[in-house]
Design a protein around this ligand. Structure first.
Ligand SMILES: [Zn+2]
Length: 489
């Protein structure tokens, strides 16, 4: 079996003709305005070799916006596999030639829901939830991974590797399996949820538990990436951002190109906000939209280095772009460096990151759109998650930071009650069922260094199971009691 797998892998990756696949006008460009160095689209590089800055994929496009809209809508009824993917449907936005060896699991195509209960909870008249947790492996990571693994094939990589708190690992493992590439996953010991570990194991990845935290894992894989046959697929990888940016197009397409006033996303490694910001900006450059939605990022209080930076420069949430301009702080490159948090704490493991690699790109996107950055408590996140659940929409804890953050921004007057708001949910409820069960059974404690730091999270909207006798009367009484306790929302 092993030999067979190896043979399949070598057929899949050593085909020289794949090397010719990317005939595209795209290049990689250093984001540092004082550098701006350009590199070939197929140069295996993760940061600028001149200054160490992050890289953007850039390409000139002069497509007619109406033709694009028509083409993308026509593809909704197509049976071609590229058109069935919610990422590759928008391939005019991606840096690949037509014959690229696409690795797809029909990702994207995620629903956008009306969420009246969450809206009322936030103090809004209406709220949309764009549920990226409905991707093939249950998180938004799939939209980036399909593109990054396609690029790995073009580069002739043998092994793909990432350091991950879980969702990236599960996604990479799945797409590597599809592409017949070896997959190595480095995870901080004890910091991975059961469901995410189960996914990575099932997809055949080598899961290596590290005696260290997420940032240690990041450091060691940067060292590994110097090996030519290894391709690094963390969110520093600009091709993942390319895939994730198509969510901006899908979201607007689903809304008939009606531009929201605000788009709010959770913030961990900040690849998500970076990608959406890039997506909206490129759609505006193409003429598909005439303004940017205000893009805001919500972090967990115990893992909020980006929120801390934003607060230290811009003051409290809600400082307008106009005010920022007056203080010459609208230029992201003039901002002080982000101070990492050595030992981040939050139960929302998907955003438990102390040194987010994409903070400059995310800051650029937030400032360009006039958005803001804030952090919310474990209590706010847990309650918001239960409220989202009452919509019949299940998400993982990190996703609920959005609704918790929107509620705060409405209370602070940053978002008006009549404004058009989209919250991006990033992971599926089944990603972390331990958390859900503990919340509803009043046994959820916040994460802390020592036992003394652990605080009980109040189960404000709990819905615990109850034991009843096996009689008709007992069941009717049980239902009556359940209704009376659940009416509080
Ligand atoms: Zn540079």
């Amino acid at each position: 079996m092993k030999q067979k797998l190896r043979a399949i892998r070598s057929r899949g990756t050593s085909a020289g003709n794949l090397q010719t696949a990317a005939r595209t006008t795209a290049t990689q460009r250093c984001i540092n305005p004082s550098c701006g160095a350009r590199f070939d689209i197929n140069e295996r590089i993760y940061v600028c070799s001149s200054c160490g800055g992050l890289l953007d994929v850039v390409q000139e496009s002069t497509r007619d916006p109406e033709q694009l809209q028509t083409l993308w809508t026509r593809r909704l009824a197509s049976f071609e596999s590229r058109d069935r993917s919610g990422v590759w449907r928008y391939r005019e936005l991606l840096p690949f030639a037509d014959d690229a060896p696409i690795v797809s699991l029909a990702e994207g195509n995620t629903p956008i829901y009306d969420a009246p209960i969450s809206a009322a909870y936030c103090g809004l008249h209406a709220l949309n939830l764009k549920h990226q947790g409905c991707n093939p492996t249950g998180s938004f990571k799939d939209t980036g991974m399909t593109v990054a693994i396609t690029q790995a094939l073009i580069l002739g990589a043998k092994t793909v590797v990432c350091a991950s708190t879980g969702n990236t690992a599960a996604s990479l493992a799945a797409y590597a399996a599809r592409a017949k590439l070896q997959c190595a996953i480095l995870v901080p010991r004890g910091q991975i949820s059961h469901a995410k570990l189960a996914q990575s194991l099932d997809y055949g990845a080598a899961v290596l538990e590290l005696d260290g935290n997420f940032d240690d894992a990041m450091r060691v894989i940067r060292e590994l990436a110097e090996d030519e046959s290894i391709y690094l697929v963390n969110s520093i990888n600009p091709f993942r951002i390319e895939g994730q940016k198509t969510v901006a197009a899908e979201l607007l397409h689903q809304r008939g190109w009606r531009i929201p006033d605000h788009v709010v996303v959770p913030g961990g490694n900040l690849g998500n906000s970076t990608a959406l910001g890039k997506g909206f900006a490129e759609l505006m450059d193409l003429g598909l939209i005439d303004r940017l939605p205000r893009l805001s990022v919500v972090q967990a209080e115990g893992a909020g280095p980006f929120a801390n930076l934003f607060k230290s420069v811009a003051g409290s949430a809600g400082v307008s772009t106009a005010l920022l301009s007056q203080h010459s702080t609208s230029d992201w490159s003039a901002w002080p460096a982000l101070t990492p948090i050595e030992d981040p704490h939050t139960l929302a493991t998907a955003i438990k990151i102390g040194a987010p690699v994409s903070w400059q790109k995310s800051l650029r996107a937030v400032l360009a759109s006039g958005g803001t950055v804030l952090s919310v408590s474990e209590q706010e996140m847990a309650d918001a998650k239960a409220i989202i659940g009452r919509e019949g929409v299940g998400c993982e804890p990190a996703s609920a930071s959005t609704v918790a953050g929107i509620r705060r921004l409405v209370a602070d007057g940053v978002i008006g009650p009549d404004e058009d708001v989209v919250a991006v949910l990033t992971g599926h409820v089944l990603k972390d069922t331990d958390y859900v069960i503990k919340y509803h059974q009043e046994n959820l404690f916040s994460d802390g260094d020592v036992l003394a730091d652990r605080r009980k999270v109040a189960s404000t909207y709990r819905n615990p199971p109850t034991l009843v006798k096996a009689t008709r009367e007992a069941i009717i009484e049980g239902l009556r009691r359940h209704t009376s306790t659940q009416d509080t929302v």
